[in-house]
Design a protein. Structure first.
Length: 95
């Protein structure tokens, strides 16, 4: 849910900045358009970086979860094999 709030905040900030920039700009239209284009590119790059960072973070967490799950599965299988061996030993002793 944090990523959704981040993107919403980023988009809101971009819109508010653009509106305020247009209202208080003492520049010519051509210069204002260039500035808006540059700011738009900056916001796009910032959003792209945030998405990339979020993706990397999720990938690292997923890899850690995979490793933990694999370790737990291996431990479970090992315990199962130990229990089977114990049962066989008990059967041999009983015979």
């Amino acid at each position: 849910m944090k990523s959704g709030k981040l993107l919403l905040g980023l988009a809101s900030g971009a819109v508010a900045g653009a509106v305020l920039g247009l209202l208080y700009a003492p520049k010519k239209g051509k210069d204002t358009r260039k500035a808006i284009t540059k700011k738009g590119d900056d916001y796009f790059n910032s959003a792209n970086k945030s998405i990339h960072d979020l993706s990397d973070s999720l990938n690292h967490k997923m890899e850690a979860l995979k490793a933990k799950t694999k370790a737990n599965f291996t431990n479970s299988k090992s315990k199962e094999k130990v229990n089977e061996a114990k049962a066989e030993i008990h059967e041999m002793k009983a015979s």
